[in-house]
Design a binder for this molecule. Structure first.
Ligand code: ACO
Length: 508
């Protein structure tokens, strides 16, 4: 009895503490609030209640300074002209020399974001890394990034690496936002870094490679708000693309299966998302179906651009199948033949694919095409692909065009993990607003891409062979010059006999 009473008292005490923490979030360290002094981030006033409008405050994109042209690759691989450029929708592919690895990519993009925003290094309380470019089965990329924070003395930074193919970036973003909206939050920013070196063994998949990284600053009062309660997720056990062999950088990939899995995951995630938003609407007194019309922009994980165009068409097909026969007749003219089909029977149906691609061309041009800028010119970057699409969308539109819109986002990682979610863009696009600053900070993306060096397919192949040669080697300094890297790029300087990696930075 006595023991029961003690337990009950303890439970009550815990509850009181929890309630206190939950209802008085404004009791955050005041110094942390004062540190919110960056150009683009918005300070959180001490009087603010629990953090509102958590989302992306700022972002930075990194891609390698060299690329190979896909028309050159078509000739080099003796495939029909147009197979990679028109068939896959890719014009250029970025790639890294042996001087770069996943740690250097992430070091570069984090430092660039911190330098541009002029954030104090101790204002970050959580740093999440999403990647599938694994060079160490134990030591996280995040721990290497701690090097950047060393001089500030800030070691109080939660978060480690998250891996599941191309989904790690989204899982990291969700983790960061969840932390900020939880009782664990200490009032500081979160940062999400995602990046990959996407390389395939020579063969059909090789032209769908790429490399790059994106760093995102997460905070309250963001210009791109993660919409609450609106995540549609689908997870499943499949072997479409995986990396069981630690002796090679290359994945085992069943390309056709991966595309089918991608589209199936899109169907499922979109259905769950629609159901959730319709429930929210019903509670607010709105009773109508959600369709693509309710998204002003739509971005996708983009392994190659043609798949993204097909995915948008797939969403229109989903809307069509869920519509009443009256709506089908009035809004989907010419598609009557596809009534009554089941989603699961149509993954290999080329008639459906072509008809809906044709019917959705205008929608694709309006809602999605601009988001493919980086993917077209740089290729797949796995975990950061979706966020590169977001950056591209921002770089191709003015703040006024984006203000008040809803951006749908579909994230896919083979194996598989996938989510459909959305960002609400702030209404304020006035000069100096967080949205206007975010948009203008990314507007140089086309110029930066155009400044890269074109390499021949022979040089590209030689570098791929070099990557194979040095993968898992010890006691070497990667060959090659550093002048070809962009200013301020971190690079791998040495791997010692115990696999310990040392990095150096090109002058800014
Ligand atoms: N002109 C125009 N188009 C052409 C030409 C030409 N001369 N030749 C072929 N094409 C078209 C084809 O018709 C096809 O288009 P369709 O799919 O609309 O019918 C397209 O080019 C591709 O041709 P395929 O022969 O189907 O391609 P291939 O078998 O060589 O491989 C694949 C393509 C499967 C995408 C391969 O590159 C791959 O495995 N990539 C990696 C896997 C991947 O990216 N999966 C996506 C999800 S998982 C992830 O993100 C990693």
């Amino acid at each position: 009895m006595q023991r029961l009473l003690t337990l009950a008292k303890q439970a009550l005490q815990v509850r009181r503490v929890m309630e206190e923490v939950l209802v008085t979030p404004a009791r955050l360290p005041s110094a942390a609030h004062q540190r919110f002094s960056t150009a683009s981030a918005v300070p959180l006033a001490k009087t603010d209640p629990w953090p509102k409008d958590v989302g992306i405050l700022d972002l930075e994109v990194y891609f390698p300074a060299q690329y190979v042209d896909q028309t050159d690759l078509e000739k080099y691989y003796h495939v029909e002209a147009g197979k990679f450029t028109t068939g896959l929708g890719q014009t250029h592919m970025g790639f890294c020399s042996v001087k770069e690895d996943i740690n250097s990519l992430c070091l570069t993009v984090v430092q660039k974001l911190m330098e541009r925003t002029k954030l104090p290094w101790d204002s970050v309380g959580r740093l999440e890394v999403g990647t599938e470019t694994i060079i160490d089965k134990s030591k996280a990329v995040k721990t290497v990034l701690m090097e950047l924070f060393q001089d500030s003395g800030n070691t109080d930074i939660e978060g480690i690496d998250t891996t599941n193919a191309c989904y790690g970036g989204t899982a990291s973003l969700f983790n960061a936002a969840n932390w900020m909206e939880s009782s664990s939050w200490d009032g500081r920013y979160a940062m999400v870094v995602c990046g990959d070196i996407a390389v395939y063994a020579s063969g059909n998949a090789r032209p769908t490679g790429g490399a790059g990284a994106v760093a995102m600053l997460i905070g309250p009062k963001a210009p791109l708000v993660l919409e609450r309660g609106l995540r549609g997720t689908h997870m499943e056990n499949v072997y479409d693309f995986y990396k069981p062999d630690g002796t090679t950088e290359y994945p085992i990939v069943d390309g056709k299966l991966s595309i089918q899995c991608y589209l199936r995951a899109l169907d499922r995630c979109y259905a769950v998302y629609r159901q959730k938003i319709q429930t929210q609407w019903k509670q607010a007194g709105i009773d109508r179906p959600f369709t693509l019309d309710d998204l002003q922009f739509m971005i996708f994980h983009t392994p190659f651009c043609k798949l993204t165009q097909k995915s948008l068409a797939r969403m229109v097909f989903n809307d069509f199948l869920s519509a009443s026969s009256e709506i089908q007749a009035s809004c989907y003219k010419g598609l009557e033949a596809f009534r009554g089909l089941k989603l699961e029977d149509t993954y290999a149906n080329k008639d459906v694919e072509k008809a809906f691609q044709k019917a959705s061309l205008d929608t694709f041009n309006k809602k999605t095409k601009a988001s493919l800028y980086l993917s077209t010119y740089n290729g797949n970057t796995y975990t950061s692909s979706l966020y590169g699409c977001l950056a591209s969308l921002l770089s191709q539109h003015s703040a006024q065009e984006l203000a008040g819109s809803r951006i749908g986002a579909f994230s896919y990682g083979s194996g598989l993990a996938a989510s459909f979610f959305s960002f609400r863009v702030s209404q304020d696009a006035s000069p100096g607003s967080p949205l206007e600053k975010l948009v203008s900070s990314i507007s140089d993306l086309p110029k930066r891409l155009a400044s890269r060096k074109r390499m021949s397919p022979e040089q590209f192949t030689e570098i791929m062979e070099q990557r194979e040669h040095f993968f898992k080697k010890v006691n070497y300094s990667p060959p090659g010059d550093t002048e070809s890297l962009f200013p301020g790029t971190w690079y791998l300087d040495r791997v010692d006999e115990l696999h310990r990696r040392k990095y150096a930075r090109c002058p800014v």
